[in-house]
Ligand binder design. Structure first.
Ligand code: MG
Length: 341
């Protein structure tokens, strides 16, 4: 396999604000793996919170370039395990490579990845559309820009969170999810959960900072709504820790290292009776098309990342009012549309 690394700037439709940061342009790394004329693509966006820059990812990938050149792709999961000792310190880089390996694998076999895994796309969860923190009027306008969606995920962590949800509720009957991104105390989380339930909120994502395990136990016991771990559930060993502290987990491919560990986390969560969600970063259709392969295994999904962009770099799965549509292209279905240097 031949490795190429591409860098892109993804401009956002709106500045995207959550409880700890705001961004207008998202930098992203695209891995291209070529073998026998087939090209597979994978993505990892940069993240200050997780300490992952473009150069740190590119450096990690350079370390396995020669190894990849000597390998023929047979099974992406086997390749993931083979490279784990060298990439374990950079799961973002490993994720981009693992997605590209899956896309390439499917293209070589002439089938979508989900079907090579034995999954059917007959019944799939709907994805939410995410509304970042802003003035309440702007948040209403952002929701109306994507009108008639079945589910909205609302970013919270302000000093007027309930006002935001009350106001949005005046404009739609859609299901709401809220994500506090570590912004609440246990008392706030428990208190907010009762009114949020009245406002037809489905669940609360990551109410407390990631290390507040004891407080989280109380929230889980006293919350009127299910609580889902995001910042508290990064890699496969975290799934076991979440049992008894959360009702479910939100897996992000970049945080865990790609589709291979994500499938292992899903399997473990099922054994523990935890609900499973997969979330996205603000990312292009490359990363979103990889997430789409996991859809048949999920309870909830947040894969609206590419819809938040002012310009995309690839064609692949598309999302219309929460419904995922797969392209007639094997693998993860990705075709790069932006020019690469
Ligand atoms: Mg989250």
């Amino acid at each position: 396999m031949q490795l190429s690394i591409h860098e892109f700037d993804l401009p956002l439709r709106h500045v995207f604000r959550i409880s700890r940061e705001a961004i207008a342009v998202q930098k992203t790394l695209i891995v291209e793996l070529e073998e026998g004329g087939h090209r597979g693509y994978g993505e990892a966006t940069t993240s200050d919170y997780y300490g992952c820059s473009f150069s740190s990812m590119a450096e990690a990938l350079e370390r396995v370039r020669r190894r990849l050149a000597a390998e023929t792709l047979r099974d992406p999961a086997q390749l993931w395990d083979l490279l784990e000792p060298e990439l374990r310190h950079n799961p973002f880089a490993h994720c981009a490579l693992d997605q590209a390996a899956h896309d390439l694998w499917g293209k070589k076999c002439g089938k979508p990845v989900y079907s090579l895994w034995g999954l059917s796309t007959e019944r799939l969860p709907l994805t939410n559309y995410t509304i970042g923190i802003d003035d309440i009027g702007v948040m209403v306008a952002k929701m109306k820009e994507f009108e008639n969606w079945p589910i909205y995920k609302i970013k919270l962590g302000t000093d007027h969170d309930l006002d935001i949800v009350r106001e949005l509720r005046r404009h739609t009957q859609a299901v709401f999810r809220v994500d506090a991104n570590c912004g609440w105390t246990a008392e706030e989380a428990i208190r907010n959960s009762h009114e949020l339930k009245q406002l037809n909120v489905e669940f609360i994502e990551q109410p407390l900072p990631a290390d507040r395990w004891e407080d989280m136990k109380r929230v889980r016991a006293e919350s009127a709504l299910p609580v889902i771990a995001d910042e508290s559930c990064i890699q496969p060993p975290d799934v076991d820790r979440c049992r008894g502290y959360f009702h479910g987990i939100n897996i992000k491919l970049v945080k865990c290292g790609g589709l291979t560990p994500a499938r292992r986390m899903i399997q473990r969560a099922r054994q523990l009776g935890l609900k499973v969600m997969v979330g996205c970063m603000t990312e292009s259709t490359v990363g979103i098309s990889a997430i789409a392969q996991l859809l048949p295994m999920l309870d909830y999904v947040d894969m609206d990342g590419a819809l938040l962009l002012a310009g995309d770099i690839a064609a692949g799965v598309t999302i219309e009012r929460g419904v995922c549509r797969y392209p007639d292209v094997p693998g993860c279905g990705i075709t790069l549309t932006a020019p690469v240097s």
